[in-house]
Write a protein that binds this ligand. Structure first.
Ligand code: COA
Length: 240
Protein backbone atom coordinates (compact mmCIF):
# COMPACT_ATOMS: atom_id res chain seq x y z
CA UNK A 1 0.00 0.00 0.00
CA UNK A 2 1.09 3.62 -0.60
CA UNK A 3 3.13 5.18 2.20
CA UNK A 4 0.60 7.86 3.17
CA UNK A 5 -2.32 5.46 3.41
CA UNK A 6 -0.24 2.93 5.32
CA UNK A 7 0.79 5.66 7.76
CA UNK A 8 -2.85 6.63 8.33
CA UNK A 9 -3.80 3.05 8.98
CA UNK A 10 -0.97 2.46 11.43
CA UNK A 11 -1.81 5.66 13.24
CA UNK A 12 -5.52 4.74 13.43
CA UNK A 13 -4.60 1.33 14.84
CA UNK A 14 -2.41 2.90 17.53
CA UNK A 15 -5.19 5.28 18.51
CA UNK A 16 -7.85 2.55 18.64
CA UNK A 17 -5.59 0.34 20.72
CA UNK A 18 -4.78 3.12 23.15
CA UNK A 19 -8.50 3.28 24.10
CA UNK A 20 -11.14 5.22 22.23
CA UNK A 21 -12.62 8.40 23.62
CA UNK A 22 -14.11 11.44 21.92
CA UNK A 23 -10.73 13.14 21.50
CA UNK A 24 -9.27 10.03 19.87
CA UNK A 25 -12.28 9.72 17.57
CA UNK A 26 -11.54 13.28 16.52
CA UNK A 27 -7.96 12.31 15.76
CA UNK A 28 -9.12 9.39 13.61
CA UNK A 29 -11.61 11.62 11.79
CA UNK A 30 -8.69 13.89 10.97
CA UNK A 31 -6.71 10.92 9.65
CA UNK A 32 -9.53 9.81 7.35
CA UNK A 33 -10.19 13.43 6.31
CA UNK A 34 -13.63 13.51 7.88
CA UNK A 35 -15.51 16.40 9.48
CA UNK A 36 -13.85 18.49 12.16
CA UNK A 37 -16.38 17.80 14.90
CA UNK A 38 -15.66 19.12 18.37
CA UNK A 39 -15.07 16.74 21.27
CA UNK A 40 -18.31 17.99 22.88
CA UNK A 41 -20.24 17.22 19.71
CA UNK A 42 -18.75 13.73 19.39
CA UNK A 43 -19.74 13.03 22.99
CA UNK A 44 -23.38 13.61 22.00
CA UNK A 45 -23.24 10.88 19.39
CA UNK A 46 -26.18 8.43 19.38
CA UNK A 47 -26.48 5.43 17.08
CA UNK A 48 -29.72 4.51 15.37
CA UNK A 49 -29.68 1.14 17.16
CA UNK A 50 -29.63 2.91 20.51
CA UNK A 51 -33.01 4.48 19.76
CA UNK A 52 -34.71 1.13 19.24
CA UNK A 53 -36.88 -0.22 22.04
CA UNK A 54 -34.35 -2.45 23.73
CA UNK A 55 -35.16 -6.09 23.83
CA UNK A 56 -32.29 -8.34 24.62
CA UNK A 57 -29.58 -5.95 23.44
CA UNK A 58 -27.24 -4.65 26.10
CA UNK A 59 -26.43 -0.97 25.75
CA UNK A 60 -23.38 0.02 23.73
CA UNK A 61 -20.18 0.82 25.51
CA UNK A 62 -18.76 4.15 24.40
CA UNK A 63 -15.96 2.27 22.65
CA UNK A 64 -18.47 0.17 20.67
CA UNK A 65 -20.46 3.30 19.84
CA UNK A 66 -17.38 5.07 18.49
CA UNK A 67 -16.26 2.05 16.48
CA UNK A 68 -19.72 1.76 14.92
CA UNK A 69 -19.62 5.43 14.10
CA UNK A 70 -16.19 5.17 12.48
CA UNK A 71 -17.35 2.20 10.43
CA UNK A 72 -20.41 4.05 9.18
CA UNK A 73 -18.75 7.36 8.50
CA UNK A 74 -15.95 5.87 6.40
CA UNK A 75 -18.33 5.06 3.54
CA UNK A 76 -19.59 8.61 3.50
CA UNK A 77 -16.14 10.09 3.00
CA UNK A 78 -14.18 10.40 -0.25
CA UNK A 79 -11.33 8.39 1.26
CA UNK A 80 -13.50 5.25 1.01
CA UNK A 81 -12.77 5.37 -2.74
CA UNK A 82 -9.17 4.45 -1.94
CA UNK A 83 -10.21 0.83 -1.82
CA UNK A 84 -6.82 -0.43 -0.67
CA UNK A 85 -7.14 1.79 2.41
CA UNK A 86 -10.87 1.41 3.00
CA UNK A 87 -10.84 -2.38 3.10
CA UNK A 88 -8.03 -2.43 5.64
CA UNK A 89 -9.64 0.31 7.72
CA UNK A 90 -12.88 -1.69 7.85
CA UNK A 91 -10.91 -4.78 8.83
CA UNK A 92 -9.27 -2.84 11.64
CA UNK A 93 -12.64 -1.70 12.98
CA UNK A 94 -14.12 -5.19 12.63
CA UNK A 95 -11.20 -6.70 14.56
CA UNK A 96 -11.93 -4.38 17.46
CA UNK A 97 -15.72 -4.33 17.31
CA UNK A 98 -16.95 -7.75 16.27
CA UNK A 99 -17.33 -10.47 18.86
CA UNK A 100 -14.83 -12.36 16.74
CA UNK A 101 -13.03 -11.45 13.54
CA UNK A 102 -10.71 -14.00 11.95
CA UNK A 103 -7.77 -13.15 9.73
CA UNK A 104 -8.17 -11.75 6.23
CA UNK A 105 -11.66 -10.27 6.63
CA UNK A 106 -12.69 -8.20 3.61
CA UNK A 107 -15.69 -5.94 3.38
CA UNK A 108 -16.62 -3.89 0.35
CA UNK A 109 -18.44 -0.58 0.81
CA UNK A 110 -21.84 -0.15 2.33
CA UNK A 111 -21.89 -3.22 4.53
CA UNK A 112 -24.22 -2.21 7.35
CA UNK A 113 -25.01 -3.92 10.64
CA UNK A 114 -26.77 -2.90 13.82
CA UNK A 115 -24.84 -4.64 16.61
CA UNK A 116 -21.30 -5.42 15.49
CA UNK A 117 -20.59 -6.85 18.92
CA UNK A 118 -22.89 -9.80 18.08
CA UNK A 119 -21.13 -10.75 14.84
CA UNK A 120 -18.56 -13.54 14.62
CA UNK A 121 -16.63 -14.16 11.42
CA UNK A 122 -14.01 -16.79 10.74
CA UNK A 123 -10.92 -16.53 8.53
CA UNK A 124 -10.95 -15.12 4.98
CA UNK A 125 -14.57 -14.07 4.95
CA UNK A 126 -15.71 -11.71 2.21
CA UNK A 127 -18.72 -9.39 2.24
CA UNK A 128 -19.47 -7.66 -1.03
CA UNK A 129 -21.12 -4.26 -1.27
CA UNK A 130 -24.54 -3.59 0.13
CA UNK A 131 -24.70 -6.47 2.61
CA UNK A 132 -26.98 -5.89 5.60
CA UNK A 133 -26.66 -7.91 8.79
CA UNK A 134 -29.21 -7.59 11.56
CA UNK A 135 -27.13 -9.15 14.29
CA UNK A 136 -29.42 -8.59 17.26
CA UNK A 137 -29.91 -12.32 17.72
CA UNK A 138 -26.30 -13.21 16.88
CA UNK A 139 -24.64 -14.11 13.59
CA UNK A 140 -21.85 -16.68 13.31
CA UNK A 141 -20.00 -17.06 10.05
CA UNK A 142 -17.37 -19.73 9.45
CA UNK A 143 -14.17 -19.66 7.41
CA UNK A 144 -13.91 -18.78 3.70
CA UNK A 145 -17.55 -17.73 3.41
CA UNK A 146 -18.72 -15.09 0.95
CA UNK A 147 -21.81 -12.96 0.95
CA UNK A 148 -22.21 -11.24 -2.42
CA UNK A 149 -23.97 -7.97 -3.22
CA UNK A 150 -27.06 -6.98 -1.27
CA UNK A 151 -27.36 -10.14 0.81
CA UNK A 152 -29.45 -9.55 3.92
CA UNK A 153 -29.46 -11.51 7.15
CA UNK A 154 -32.09 -11.16 9.88
CA UNK A 155 -31.93 -12.56 13.39
CA UNK A 156 -35.00 -11.15 15.01
CA UNK A 157 -38.64 -10.64 14.32
CA UNK A 158 -41.52 -8.98 16.20
CA UNK A 159 -44.47 -10.52 17.95
CA UNK A 160 -47.63 -9.95 15.92
CA UNK A 161 -49.53 -8.88 19.05
CA UNK A 162 -46.92 -6.45 20.37
CA UNK A 163 -44.24 -4.94 18.21
CA UNK A 164 -41.95 -4.37 21.17
CA UNK A 165 -41.79 -8.09 21.95
CA UNK A 166 -38.97 -9.55 19.92
CA UNK A 167 -38.23 -13.11 19.01
CA UNK A 168 -34.62 -13.93 18.27
CA UNK A 169 -33.11 -16.59 16.06
CA UNK A 170 -29.36 -16.69 15.52
CA UNK A 171 -28.07 -17.28 12.01
CA UNK A 172 -25.13 -19.58 11.39
CA UNK A 173 -23.29 -19.85 8.08
CA UNK A 174 -20.76 -22.65 8.02
CA UNK A 175 -17.36 -22.89 6.32
CA UNK A 176 -17.06 -22.51 2.53
CA UNK A 177 -20.69 -21.53 2.02
CA UNK A 178 -21.53 -18.94 -0.65
CA UNK A 179 -24.57 -16.69 -0.48
CA UNK A 180 -25.35 -15.08 -3.81
CA UNK A 181 -26.74 -11.70 -4.72
CA UNK A 182 -29.84 -10.42 -3.03
CA UNK A 183 -30.52 -13.53 -0.96
CA UNK A 184 -32.34 -13.06 2.34
CA UNK A 185 -31.57 -15.31 5.30
CA UNK A 186 -34.32 -15.37 7.90
CA UNK A 187 -33.93 -15.77 11.70
CA UNK A 188 -32.85 -19.11 13.08
CA UNK A 189 -31.42 -20.50 9.82
CA UNK A 190 -28.22 -22.50 9.59
CA UNK A 191 -26.51 -22.74 6.20
CA UNK A 192 -24.49 -25.94 6.00
CA UNK A 193 -20.84 -26.27 5.08
CA UNK A 194 -20.05 -25.69 1.40
CA UNK A 195 -23.70 -24.96 0.62
CA UNK A 196 -24.72 -22.38 -1.98
CA UNK A 197 -27.70 -20.06 -1.74
CA UNK A 198 -28.77 -18.93 -5.21
CA UNK A 199 -29.38 -15.30 -6.08
CA UNK A 200 -32.54 -13.72 -4.76
CA UNK A 201 -33.54 -16.71 -2.62
CA UNK A 202 -35.43 -16.31 0.62
CA UNK A 203 -34.06 -18.86 3.06
CA UNK A 204 -36.48 -19.77 5.83
CA UNK A 205 -35.16 -23.25 6.69
CA UNK A 206 -31.78 -24.81 7.32
CA UNK A 207 -29.72 -25.59 4.24
CA UNK A 208 -27.99 -28.98 4.22
CA UNK A 209 -24.24 -29.08 3.59
CA UNK A 210 -23.00 -29.21 -0.03
CA UNK A 211 -26.42 -28.39 -1.45
CA UNK A 212 -27.61 -25.54 -3.68
CA UNK A 213 -30.88 -23.94 -2.69
CA UNK A 214 -32.92 -21.47 -4.74
CA UNK A 215 -36.24 -19.71 -4.80
CA UNK A 216 -38.70 -18.26 -2.35
CA UNK A 217 -38.95 -20.09 -0.06
CA UNK A 218 -35.57 -21.61 -0.91
CA UNK A 219 -35.59 -25.32 -1.75
CA UNK A 220 -32.77 -27.68 -2.59
CA UNK A 221 -32.31 -27.70 -6.37
CA UNK A 222 -29.26 -29.97 -6.51
CA UNK A 223 -25.90 -30.82 -5.00
CA UNK A 224 -23.04 -28.35 -5.31
CA UNK A 225 -20.96 -29.37 -8.34
CA UNK A 226 -17.77 -29.53 -6.31
CA UNK A 227 -16.25 -32.31 -8.42
CA UNK A 228 -14.91 -33.97 -5.33
CA UNK A 229 -13.17 -30.85 -4.04
CA UNK A 230 -13.54 -29.89 -0.41
CA UNK A 231 -12.39 -27.02 1.78
CA UNK A 232 -9.45 -25.04 0.40
CA UNK A 233 -9.54 -27.04 -2.81
CA UNK A 234 -12.63 -25.00 -3.70
CA UNK A 235 -10.36 -21.95 -4.28
CA UNK A 236 -12.38 -19.48 -2.24
CA UNK A 237 -10.04 -16.65 -3.13
CA UNK A 238 -11.98 -13.41 -3.26
CA UNK A 239 -9.50 -10.74 -4.23
CA UNK A 240 -5.86 -10.42 -5.12
C1 COA B 1 -26.67 -20.76 -7.73
C2 COA B 1 -26.70 -20.58 -9.25
C3 COA B 1 -25.27 -20.59 -9.79
C4 COA B 1 -27.52 -21.75 -9.83
O1 COA B 1 -27.61 -21.53 -11.22
P1 COA B 1 -27.64 -22.78 -12.25
O2 COA B 1 -26.47 -23.67 -12.08
O3 COA B 1 -27.87 -22.17 -13.57
O4 COA B 1 -28.93 -23.54 -11.77
P2 COA B 1 -29.47 -24.94 -12.27
O5 COA B 1 -29.27 -25.04 -13.77
O6 COA B 1 -28.92 -26.06 -11.47
O7 COA B 1 -31.01 -24.75 -11.95
C5 COA B 1 -31.87 -25.77 -11.50
C6 COA B 1 -33.25 -25.17 -11.37
O8 COA B 1 -33.24 -24.13 -10.39
C7 COA B 1 -33.67 -22.88 -10.95
N1 COA B 1 -32.86 -21.80 -10.44
C8 COA B 1 -31.53 -21.60 -10.58
N2 COA B 1 -31.15 -20.48 -9.95
C9 COA B 1 -32.26 -19.97 -9.40
C10 COA B 1 -32.50 -18.80 -8.64
N3 COA B 1 -31.51 -17.96 -8.30
N4 COA B 1 -33.74 -18.56 -8.21
C11 COA B 1 -34.76 -19.42 -8.53
N5 COA B 1 -34.59 -20.53 -9.26
C12 COA B 1 -33.34 -20.80 -9.71
C13 COA B 1 -33.46 -23.06 -12.44
O9 COA B 1 -34.32 -22.22 -13.18
C14 COA B 1 -33.78 -24.52 -12.65
O10 COA B 1 -35.18 -24.68 -12.65
P3 COA B 1 -35.89 -25.78 -13.65
O11 COA B 1 -35.31 -27.10 -13.21
O12 COA B 1 -37.34 -25.60 -13.35
O13 COA B 1 -35.48 -25.39 -15.01
C15 COA B 1 -27.40 -19.23 -9.64
O14 COA B 1 -28.76 -19.24 -9.29
C16 COA B 1 -26.76 -18.05 -8.95
O15 COA B 1 -27.15 -17.62 -7.89
N6 COA B 1 -25.68 -17.45 -9.55
C17 COA B 1 -24.89 -16.43 -8.92
C18 COA B 1 -25.26 -15.03 -9.41
C19 COA B 1 -24.53 -14.00 -8.58
O16 COA B 1 -25.00 -13.63 -7.52
N7 COA B 1 -23.37 -13.54 -9.02
C20 COA B 1 -22.54 -12.64 -8.25
C21 COA B 1 -21.23 -13.28 -8.03
S1 COA B 1 -20.18 -12.22 -7.08
Amino acid sequence: MEKILKGKLEEAEKIIESGLDAERVRQILRLIEGPDYSVEFIKELTLYSELLPMGREPPFTSRQRYLHFLWDILDKLPICLFVNFAMLFRRLIAEHLFKKCGIGFISEENFRFNFGQHIEVGDFVFFNRGVFVDSKGGVTIGNQVCLTEDVRIFTHTHSESSHIIREYGPVVIKDYAKIYTGAIILPGVTIGEQAIVAANSIVSQDVPPNMVVAGSPAKVIRERKAEGRVGDELDHIWLY
